[in-house]
Design a protein around this ligand. Structure first.
Ligand code: CMC
Length: 394
């Protein structure tokens, strides 16, 4: 929405001026509309877009200085406490939380789509067994574009709805099969009596001989991981999907591009990098030497720092609490790797290098620890981030 304010740019040693309208942001800061900037004969330069909005959106709001994250106006703390992931998906897609009837109807709609076409199942077998599950995710999600042709018109809201439901429903199945193929386990199928997070854990860990009993604490932790990763404004992978989609390309192929972007260790790959880092450090005695290396910029402290949050990552606070719940449930508080993680966190939080640069633990520091405690292999961490994030086609 336009305000009556303008920003005036003076250039060419004061000879020329151009005025730009100031728009009201959906929440938070106002926005200078620079769409006519090219008329000045110059470009703007803003690598990484810290000052640039590429679209108008009312879905997610982040205040990085204050550590706020809202989905559709609801604080993330409230959603993590009082809702589950399918309700959050409904909220992000529709703008409001569902009532009981809408919730049941939405869940039924998702369940209708959670199987994979049998031919798509054969595709997994073309990968080497040791392929990284993110490579399989990029390939198989991209291949959805070769299977579901009936609702691809992204200008049609009903087509967008069906494609979004397919993604919400099929991504857990794809991620679980990527894991099972890697392990040499037979493919598993969704079970419709289970909740979304429980179903994912069932598909990951049940075998024909042994049904995995899902503890409510673990299912809740899994559900929270999905919720906390469900949306994050115009981050690198969301922007990738939007850029790929701006040419009118097949929506499933665009989502595969976003998953490729998410794979990197600066983004969704960070939770995997945290566990690799803990393995490399080995034990608490090696922490001081490792920290010296961080300060000399030999390596980074993975799971610390954020492009937007410069005070506190609100998702990290929730995940830290979840981490405690999971470690208690599994009796793992004395596990050497978790003790090492906690020692690292304490040292970093007190060290001037991190304080001066406003580097705090991010969500991936704790989500890596939670996933590892649940028994999820490190290579599956980023696919889990991906399946939480890719339901949006709007
Ligand atoms: N360890 C050590 N030093 C760091 C780190 C870190 N994790 N992150 C930033 N710095 C230093 C950096 O070297 C620079 O120092 P100096 O001022 O001396 O040059 C200063 O802090 C500012 O760094 P920056 O690169 O301008 O910071 P950024 O905001 O562009 O980077 C980041 C954000 C997330 C890419 C970075 O903090 C990082 O690589 N962190 C580790 C990876 C990670 O945990 N990523 C997950 C992000 S949360 C999940 C998601 O939303 O994708």
């Amino acid at each position: 929405m336009e305000t009556n304010r303008k920003v005036t740019l003076t250039y060419n040693e004061g000879k020329d001026t151009t005025e730009f309208p100031v728009l009201k942001g959906t929440l938070g800061r106002d926005v200078v509309d620079i769409r006519t900037f090219a008329k000045t004969g110059m470009f703007t330069f803003d690598p990484g877009f810290p000052a640039t909005a590429s679209c108008e959106s009312s879905i997610t709001f982040i205040d990085g200085d204050k550590g706020y994250l809202y989905y559709r106006g609801y604080p993330i703390e409230q959603l993590a406490e009082q809702t589950d992931y399918p309700e959050v998906c409904y909220l992000l897609l529709n703008g409001e939380l569902p009532n009981a009837e809408q919730r049941a109807e939405f869940n039924r709609g998702i369940m209708r789509h959670n199987m994979l076409h049998d031919q798509l199942m054969s595709l997994f077998k073309g990968f080497r067994r040791d392929a990284h599950p993110m490579a399989v995710m990029v390939g198989v999600v991209g291949a959805l574009s070769a299977f579901y042709h009936d609702s691809l018109d992204i200008t049609n809201p009903e087509h967008r709805r069906i494609s979004a439901h397919r993604l919400i429903a099929k991504l857990p199945t794809i991620a679980a099969q990527a894991y099972r193929y890697n392990k040499g386990l037979p493919f598993s199928y969704p079970k419709n009596g289970l909740g979304y997070a429980e179903n994912f854990l069932h598909m990951m860990f049940s075998t024909p001989c042994d049904e995995y009993k899902v503890s409510p604490v673990i299912a809740r932790a899994m559900d929270r991981i999905f919720t906390l990763h469900a949306d994050h404004e115009q981050n690198a992978s969301t922007s990738t999907v939007r850029l790929a989609g701006s040419s009118g390309a097949n929506p499933f192929a665009c989502i595969a591009a976003g998953i490729a972007c998410l794979w990197g260790p600066s983004h969704g790959g960070a939770n995997e990098a945290v566990l690799k880092m803990l393995d490399e450090i080995g034990s608490v005695e090696n922490v001081p030497a490792f920290m010296e290396g961080v300060k000399n910029k030999t390596h980074k402290l993975m799971g610390f720092g954020h492009r937007v949050y410069k005070n506190m990552d609100p998702r990290a606070k929730i995940m830290k609490q979840t981490c405690d719940e999971v470690l208690n449930e599994l009796g793992l508080h004395n596990d050497p790797q978790f003790k090492l993680a906690m020692a690292l966190e304490k040292i970093a939080l007190e060290d001037p290098y991190f304080i001066e640069r406003k580097l705090y633990p991010n969500v991936d520091f704790y989500s890596g620890i939670v996933l590892s405690a649940i028994g999820i292999p490190v290579s599956m961490f980023t696919p889990i981030f991906a399946l939480g994030s890719y339901r949006r086609l709007d």
